[in-house]
Design a binder for this molecule. Structure first.
Ligand code: GDP
Length: 521
C-alpha cells in the first residue's frame, strides 16, 4: 500500500497536443496499450469505429464521436498512475481544449515529421508556454519520408522559440529507416529488428559496440557525424529548463508501427513533473496538503438527454477525494455530499471511490458548477486563480427565431455564458455577439439552447475577427466602425473586433494613444 504522499508523487497528468492527423490518437492508443488500459488499437475514437453511434449521448457527440470516456484516460505503468487528457483536433476545437491545459502538469506535442509545425500545434503550444507547462515532443511518422531531423529541430526552435534537446536521432527514414540513435540511453534501437537485437549498445566513443550490418550503412556513419555536431553545438540537457518549459526533449519515432513509443513513455515518466502546486487567493496550495481541493476546468453537458445531466470535470489539486465526502463550493459557500462521482478509463466509466492530487474526477452536476469553480473538502475555504480568458476568433450575431421566446433566450444565453461555454459581447445597440475559439462551441450552443431552453436561435456569421481589449478601458465611441467594431464583453469592458490584421495595424498607426492588448499574450 502506498502512502498518500507516494500516491500523489506517482501521478503524471498530461495532455497530448497536436495538429489533426499528426498521430495523436495513434500515439494515445499505443500508450494505453502499453498501460494495459485497452486491448486493441482502434478503440479510442468513436469517430472512426462508430462505436458510440448507439449510445444515447447528445446528438452532436454522436456525430462527432466525442466522448467523455476519451476525454480523460487513466492507466498504471511502472508504478506511475498516468492521466491523459484529450485535447480535440480542429473540427472539435473549443475553449475546452485550451482549458484542459490548465488541468495538466505537462504536455506531449506530437509532430508529423513530414509537415513540421502546423497551425494548431502552434496555438496549443502558445497556451502551454503562457502557463509555463513543460513540453515533451514526439516527432512522429519516421517510417515515412519527411523533413530531415536537423530541419525539424531548427523549425521547432525558430517557429516556437523553445530550445530543443534531441533525446535520440533517427537513422534514415521512410523505407530506409533503420532505427534511432539513443543519446540518452547510449544505445541504438533498431526498427523492425529481431527482439534480441532490438537494442544495440554503444561504446565510449558513441559507436556501435557490437557487430551489426548497420555499421556498413552510410546512414549510420552520417548519424555519427550529426550526433557529434549535436554534442558539440547543440543545447545541453537540463532538467531544470525542461521543468520550466524552456527546453523540450525531442523523441523521434513512429506511433503507427509502435516504434520508439515505449522508450518515449519510460523516459517521459522519469522527467515529467508530478502534480504541481496551484495558486489560490490564499497563496500556493501544495498537492501534498491533506485538505481536499480542486477546480472545475470543463463541463460536459447532456450526456443523457433524458436526465439533462452534466459532468463537471475536476482537477484535484490537493488532498484525497473519497466518494460520499462533503465538499464546499467556494463561490456559493454551500456544502453538499458528493455521492455521484466518476473516474475515467479508456473503455468505460467507473465509479471512483478514491482519488488524489493530480487525478481528474467527474462530478454529476445538475447546474451547480461553473467552469473555474473551486471545491474544497474542509474548513478552509479558498479560491483557485480564475481560469485565463481565451481570445475568441470566430464571431456570430445571435437572435431568437421566435420573438415570443425572448425570456428563455436571455436566460439560456446568460447561463451558458456564465458556465463558460461561450463568450458574449454586446454592441452599442444591445445586439448579442457570441465569440468562440472554435466552431464546435457554436454548434454546442445551438444544441443546448434548443434542448435545455427550448429556443431556436438564428446565427449570422460575421466571420473571424481579431479581438483586442483596451488598456485602462477608456475609448472614444467614435472609433467604432465596420472594420473596428466596438463591443462590450460580459464584464462591461470595451473590446474592438478588427476585421483583419490589416485593420488592426492601420488602427494602431492611426491611434497610437489607444493601447490595445490580447489577454492571451
Ligand atoms: P490525430 O488526428 O492526430 O489523432 O491522428 P491519428 O492518430 O488519427 O493519425 C492520422 C493518420 O496518420 C492515420 O491514418 C494514422 O494511421 C496515421 N499515422 C499515425 N502515426 C503514424 C506513423 O507513425 N506512421 C505513419 N506512416 N502513419 C501514421
Amino acid at each position: 500500500m502506498k502512502t498518500f504522499k507516494e500516491e500523489v508523487k506517482s501521478r503524471r497528468t498530461f495532455a497530448i497536443i497536436s495538429h489533426p492527423d499528426a498521430g495523436k490518437t495513434t500515439l494515445t492508443e499505443q500508450l494505453l496499450l502499453l498501460g494495459g488500459a485497452i486491448r486493441a488499437a482502434g478503440t479510442v475514437k468513436g469517430k472512426k469505429s462508430g462505436k458510440f453511434a448507439t449510445s444515447d449521448w447528445m446528438e452532436i457527440e454522436k456525430q462527432r464521436g466525442i466522448s467523455v470516456t476519451s476525454s480523460v484516460m487513466q492507466f498504471d505503468y511502472n508504478g506511475f498512475r498516468v492521466n491523459i487528457l484529450d485535447t480535440p483536433g480542429h473540427e472539435d476545437f473549443s475553449e475546452d481544449t485550451y482549458r484542459t491545459l490548465t488541468a495538466v502538469d505537462s504536455a506531449v506535442m506530437v509532430i508529423d515529421s513530414a509537415k513540421g509545425i502546423e497551425p494548431q500545434t502552434l496555438k496549443l503550444f502558445k497556451v502551454c508556454r503562457m502557463r509555463g507547462i513543460p513540453i515533451f515532443t514526439f516527432m512522429n511518422k519516421l517510417d515515412r519520408v519527411g523533413k530531415t531531423p536537423l530541419e525539424l529541430i531548427a523549425e521547432l526552435e525558430e517557429v516556437l522559440g523553445i530550445e530543443a534537446y534531441p533525446m535520440n536521432w533517427p537513422i534514415g527514414m521512410g523505407k530506409e529507416f533503420l532505427g534511432i540513435y539513443d543519446r540518452f540511453y547510449n544505445r541504438i534501437e533498431t526498427f523492425r529488428g529481431e527482439e534480441e537485437d532490438r537494442f544495440l549498445p554503444l561504446n565510449e566513443d558513441g559507436e556501435l559496440a557490437v557487430d551489426h550490418p548497420m555499421k556498413q550503412s552510410s546512414l549510420y556513419t552520417d548519424v555519427l557525424e550529426e550526433v557529434e555536431l549535436l554534442n558539440e553545438a547543440g543545447n545541453e540537457f537540463s532538467e531544470e529548463k525542461i521543468r520550466s518549459g524552456l527546453l523540450t526533449p525531442v523523441f523521434f519515432g513512429s506511433a503507427l508501427t509502435n516504434f520508439g513509443v515505449q522508450t518515449f513513455l519510460e523516459t517521459y515518466l522519469q522527467f515529467a513533473p508530478e502534480p504541481q502546486p496551484r495558486h489560490s487567493d490564499q497563496g500556493e496550495i501544495n498537492p501534498l496538503e491533506e485538505q481536499f481541493s480542486g477546480f472545475v476546468f470543463k463541463i460536459q453537458a447532456n450526456m443523457n438527454p433524458q436526465h439533462r445531466d452534466r459532468i463537471a470535470f475536476v482537477r484535484i489539486c490537493s488532498g484525497k477525494f473519497e466518494r460520499g465526502m462533503s465538499v464546499t463550493l467556494a463561490r456559493t459557500g454551500r456544502t453538499s455530499k458528493v455521492t455521484q462521482s466518476t473516474q475515467f478509463l479508456a473503455d468505460d466509466r467507473s465509479t471512483v471511490e478514491e482519488a488524489v492530487s493530480g487525478d481528474i474526477i467527474g462530478l454529476y452536476d445538475t447546474g451547480t458548477y461553473q467552469i473555474g469553480d473551486t471545491i474544497v473538502g474542509g474548513k478552509k475555504v479558498f479560491h483557485y486563480d480564475p481560469l485565463p480568458v481565451f481570445t475568441p476568433e470566430l464571431f456570430v450575431r445571435v437572435t431568437a427565431k421566435n420573438v415570443m421566446k425572448q425570456k428563455q433566450f436571455h436566460k439560456g444565453i446568460h447561463q451558458l455564458v456564465q458556465e463558460g461555454a461561450i463568450q458574449l459581447f454586446k454592441t452599442k445597440f444591445e445586439d448579442y455577439i457570441l465569440g468562440a475559439v472554435g466552431q464546435l462551441q457554436f454548434d454546442v450552443f445551438v444544441n443546448r439552447m434548443k434542448n435545455e431552453y427550448n429556443v431556436d436561435v438564428v446565427m449570422e456569421h460575421i466571420g473571424s475577427k481579431i479581438a483586442r481589449w483596451i488598456e485602462g478601458d477608456k475609448v472614444d465611441e467614435k472609433l467604432n466602425s465596420s472594420r473596428s467594431m466596438l463591443v462590450r464583453d460580459r464584464f462591461d469592458r470595451n473590446v474592438f473586433l478588427f476585421e483583419n490584421d490589416f485593420a488592426l495595424r492601420w488602427f494602431q498607426e492611426k491611434h497610437p494613444n489607444v493601447k490595445l492588448y490580447n489577454p492571451m499574450e
